[in-house]
Design a protein around this ligand. Structure first.
Ligand SMILES: [Zn+2]
Ligand SMILES: [Zn+2]
Length: 423
């Protein structure tokens, strides 16, 4: 029995890989247009970063992290999300010195030890952006618009923005008191998990998926009615910019997101008709995170989105994936005696900028043609005694089946001429 991939992981096979770089290229294209620069952080960090960054009481930190000691017993964790590492890199590299506002994006694997189910993996891929250094509501709106544009450019339809404000350090303290008071006589009705949440961070109770807990929270005091004037104004401005750009959004005062670092704006992009786990991107403002990770007080805002879910939704919506590029020329030898010439020609064609391949075995002409068909080669170049005596090959258009003799050094010219090839 051969060894299989670990539970919750998957191979991205050659048939699917083009989908990935199609999406990644689109992400880079749109975000570069918005002025973001790519950053790549390590796959693992010191565990402390996530405990301090994401919050001790969050589901991610309490039960989903892959944490392990290194050989000197320092605790490491495979990154479960991208924002804390980006902020760590921002601080460590003094990025604030180069410019007041730093705009970064990342694409990479994240790791969470979740129960693998419908589109959820233990190693999954996310892309995200972070704007660090501005508290302007315009930045919140830019982040939402950049995310939307990526989805639109990829052809995703029926997306909706769900938005909320979760307040700031000042107003949230009072609000949490209110919430605690509200929940204090309902503790018996909460699930065990939520009783713990009640103690550590009652906001988390809004995240509970259990119907009984959700029902209780329906009548809970809402953060949006308890915002301080600054948070209230910020939220108003975000909404008015969204109106201005005619971006439809839906207000959800119960949206708190699963991470502790959010302040003010929190949002999700949801795909209508995707069922319960319909969020395909989520983000918000994190005005205290930089300070919590040891920097000067510096506001920030960003979002993250899962690429696996994105592909799932694109498949559901039957979006046409671009066809992967095929081999331009497959060289076919009439007999094994031509193999040295064929090998030299192969490299010559590749050096000219075309893609080329051949079958190194000495199988029959028929079997070589079968391979050419299977890999979708646009042309075959057939080499036999007759052709070689005249320094020529027989070039065959695999679609029209037309063929003609072409001089060895004119293959490239011939293909560029009428082939319609993308070279
Ligand atoms: Zn506030
Ligand atoms: Zn609960």
């Amino acid at each position: 029995m051969f060894i299989q991939v670990p539970k919750g992981t998957q191979d991205i096979l050659p048939d699917d890989a083009p989908k990935w770089y199609y999406i990644e290229n689109k992400i880079r294209e749109v975000l570069t247009k918005y002025g973001y620069q790519e950053i790549r952080t390590p796959a693992f960090e010191y565990t402390e970063l996530f405990i301090r960054g994401i919050g001790e009481s969050t589901d991610i930190v309490t039960k989903e992290m892959f944490t392990f000691p290194d050989r000197k017993e320092r605790s490491l964790t495979l990154r479960p999300e991208g924002t804390a590492p980006v902020v760590r890199a921002y601080l460590e590299n003094n990025m604030d010195r180069a410019s007041k506002v730093v705009k970064l994006f990342y694409i990479g694997s994240m790791f969470r030890c979740e129960k693998p189910q419908g589109g959820r993996f233990r190693q999954f891929n996310q892309f995200g952006i972070e704007v660090i250094g501005t508290k302007s509501p315009e930045a919140d709106v830019e982040v939402i618009m950049a995310a939307l544009e990526i989805y639109e450019k990829l052809g995703l339809k029926n997306l909706e923005i769900v938005i909320n404000s979760v307040g700031c350090k000042k107003c949230r303290v009072d609000y949490i008191q209110k919430l605690k008071k509200f929940l204090s006589n309902k503790k018996d009705l909460l699930c065990l998990e939520c009783v713990k949440r009640y103690e550590k961070n009652p906001l988390r109770v809004f995240d509970c998926k259990k119907d009984s807990c959700q029902k209780i929270m329906e009548t809970a005091p809402m953060i949006t009615e308890n915002l301080c004037p600054e948070c209230k104004l910020h939220f108003e401005e975000v909404k008015s910019h969204l109106d201005d750009f005619k971006i439809k959004y839906h207000l959800d005062p119960k949206l708190v997101r699963g991470l502790d670092y959010y302040t003010k704006t929190a949002f999700e992009i949801v795909g209508k008709g995707l069922g319960a786990q319909n969020a395909i991107a989520g983000g918000g403002r994190y005005d205290d995170l930089v300070e919590e990770l040891g920097g000067k007080p510096t506001p920030g805002v960003g979002f993250a989105a899962g690429i696996e879910r994105m592909i799932m939704v694109m498949n559901q919506q039957k979006i046409n994936w671009p066809k992967p590029k095929c081999i331009d020329i497959f060289i076919v030898k009439v007999s094994a005696e031509n193999k040295d010439t064929a090998f030299r020609l192969l490299q010559k064609i590749r050096n000219s900028g075309l893609s080329a391949d051949l079958d190194y075995s000495n199988d029959s002409l028929k079997s070589q043609m079968r391979i050419a068909n299977k890999i979708g080669a646009r042309y075959t170049a057939i080499i036999g005694e007759e052709e070689l005596s005249k320094d020529m090959v027989t070039l065959r258009n695999m679609q029209t089946k037309e063929q003609k003799k072409v001089k060895l050094d004119e293959i490239e010219k011939e293909l560029k001429k009428g082939s319609g090839l993308n070279i």
